[in-house]
Structure formats: structure tokens, C-alpha cells
Design a binder for this molecule. Sequence first.
Ligand code: GDP
Ligand code: MG
Length: 440
Amino acid sequence: LTGKLGDVFERLKRRGALSESDVQAVMREVRVALLEADVALPVVKEFITKAGEKAVGQEVLRSVTPGQMVVKIVHDQLVEMLGAEPEPVDLNAPAPVPILMVGLQGSGKTTTTGKLARRLTQRDKKKVLMASLDVHRPAAQEQLRILGEQTGVATLPIVAGEQPVSIAKRAMTVGRLQGYDVVMLDTAGRLHVDEALMAEVASVHDLVQPHEVLLVVDAMTGQDAVNVAKAFKERVGVTGIVMTRVDGDARGGAALSMRAVTGCPIKLLGVGEKMDALEDFHPQRIAGRILGMGDVVSLVEKAAETIEKDEAERLAKKMAKGDFDLDDMAAQLRQLRKLGGLGGVMGLLPGIGKMKKQLAGANIDEKQLAHQEAIISSMTKKERKDIKLLNASRRKRIAAGSGTTVQEVNRLLKQYQDMSRVMKQMGKSGMLKGMMGGLM
Ligand code: GDP
Ligand code: MG
């Protein structure tokens, strides 16, 4: 083996780390992109600082420019802030599960109530009851009834003159008595957040203790939507956000502000007026939309893939040669530790499943890697190239020198023999060649 696995990584690294000025140059553009996407200024500032700190000093992948690298880091940070894990609507509560829909007038509450009820009914096979608590806008209750007819979802019969809290109470009773899984309560909105609106929502909230409080906000209203979200969160609590009109021109910046300011997960997106225009929230998609630099991101992702492939090829070639001494083993142990164990390295090689088992049989205990390195470094150069030299007294000396025991030294040598045997087998069987073919 000429050159160790470690050298490969060293060489890759030598492409250099991102400097402060690399990062700053790109951050200026990112800042403009975020502001254009209607992300709130304080959020932009905080984001730029965080992403910048993360980027400086990071290694630049081969075949991409430092600028492209920064964009990718920014993108990943954006995805993380938007919530990398999707958070679906949670129905994990005793039936009927109350879901309260809140928000300003015209934000899309009634439409979203219909969309979500339809989805829960058709996709999740839930028995859903919808009730409109909007006694302020003429024909609001009728609007929901018609949506129910269109989608085949039950609505609570309308009683003229009944007040919101009383409607909510009746809806929960009917839900319980008639075996509904979910009761969706569509509330009234106002043009602005005001005390009358909040008091009404709060009293309904106190009564039904909803399992989900979904705040519906219009993505087109940008920063206003964030202020609305703050107000609702403080007054009634919000368990999730639905952004509507994401089908319009809005670039989704409100999503980032919303998430950053309220900490509430964005659960759903409304992408049209039709009843099937409801999507789960995909942070990746929104991040791409906010940054508008999707091409750069996929370019860097491709470069990262290529490097993984290169590493795998180099590793395979080295193994194929089959001559493998204890120095190489020490280098590999170090590398294994860095890459999160044998599984990590082997995972890079396609078709390695069988070999992995064999190597696992060679009893490689990742926790002992440090001890093992110490043992190897206590050997002389000659001993490392030829373990046949290692008689009992030499083994004793090595154990003493490395602060280990003779048993541990023996175990390491046995492991080394196992490893080199497996590698020779791999070379002979032509499996490595097959694997290499698969890689190209
Ligand atoms: P509410 O006052 O909050 O109940 O709002 P509505 O549900 O009545 O919706 C107000 C208007 O917005 C209606 O014309 C809806 O069709 C429309 N709307 C709701 N959600 C969306 C959406 O995701 N995309 C688009 N383009 N229009 C929507
Ligand atoms: Mg409505």
C-alpha cells in the first residue's frame, strides 16, 4: 500500500477552507435575496450572522467555487431553520380530536378547513365533522356547508342566532355522541388582530381545549403575517401554521420569519383555491424558493457525491492490492474513527453487504481503536512491517509501552491477520473489480 487512506482526505482538504471574505462576498447577495423574498429584517440579520459563522472555516469541495460552497451552506442552514423534520397534523388524542382553525379574515381558514377535512376523510379514513363558528360574516356558515357537500364531509347543522362558544360545545357533543374521530372548528376572522377577535377565539379555546390550533396565514401578506402569528401565539397558543396562497408570487420569505419569530412549525401549505390544493410543508422547496439559487445547490450536492465515489474507489484499489501492514491498519483505524466506524466506510462501497458481515466477524471494536493505535505506535518500524518478529518478549515490551496488556496486543494482531485475510479474499474473488465497475 502506497499512501494511506488519511492522505486522500488530507489532499481533499488542501483545497482550502472558506475565508471570511469568501463568505462575506456571498452573504451580501443572500441578504438581498432574503429581503426580496420578504423575510423580516431582524430575521435576515440573525440568519446571516448564524450562517456566516457556520460557513467560515468550512472546507471547499473540489470542483465548486468558494462562493458556491457558501450558497450550499446557507441553503442547508435555511432548511434547518425552516424545520428539517416535517411535522404533520397530530391526531394523537382521544376522539373526537378537536382542531381549531384561527386567523384573519380572508386568510383562507374556511377553505383550509374544507381541504384538511377532505384529506383526513379520504386519505386517512377519519370520520370528520366540520363546524363554522363564524357568525359575523353573512353566509360564512353556508360557505362551509357547501364545501362539506362538495367534499363529502359532514357539517354541523346550522342553528340561526347561535353564538360561537355554544356552537363549539354542540359540535363537540355531536362529535362524541356520533363517533367522530375529528371535529374541525372554523372560526371567524377580522381584518386586523383586535381584542374582540382574540377574546372570542380564547373563549372557544378554553371550552374545547383543542389538540391542534392551526393558524392560517396568507403568505402574500409577508411580514404582516408574522405579526399576526405572534399575536395569536401569545393569546391562544398555536400548535401549527398553515400558509396559504403559496401558489401566488410570494417567495416564501414569510415562512422563515414565521418559524424564526414564533418557533411554531409550519405544517401545511395552501397552493390553490381547489379542495385538493393542500400540501405538506417541504423545507427544501421553500428554501430553494427563498434563495432562488437552486442550481448552485444541486451543483454542490453533485460535487459532494463525486467525492464520496472517489474515496470509495481509492479505498477499494488499496484493498485490492492486498499488501497491508500495521501502519496501514493504524491509518485505517484512525480513519474509521473519523468516519463513524466501519459501517460508515463500508457503506460507501456498493455490494459490500456480505463483506461487512465478514469484517464484523473480525471483531473490530470501535471503542478500542485508540488503544489499538497506541499498541501499533509502540512497535518498531520493522515489527510493523513484519509481525512474525513479534515473539513473546517483544509483545510484553509493546504492552508495557502502550499501557495495555499482552492479551490486548494479541487480540490486535489477530484482528490484523483477519483483516488482511479478508482483504486478500476480496482482491482474489474479483469482487473489488465488480464493485469498482458499479461505481463508474
Ligand atoms: P377565511 O375568511 O379565512 O375563511 O378565508 P376563505 O377560506 O373564505 O378564503 C378567502 C379566499 O381565498 C377564497 O376566495 C379562497 O378561494 C382563497 N384561497 C384560500 N386558500 C387559498 C390558496 O391556498 N390559494 C389561493 N390562490 N387562494 C386561496
Ligand atoms: Mg371563513
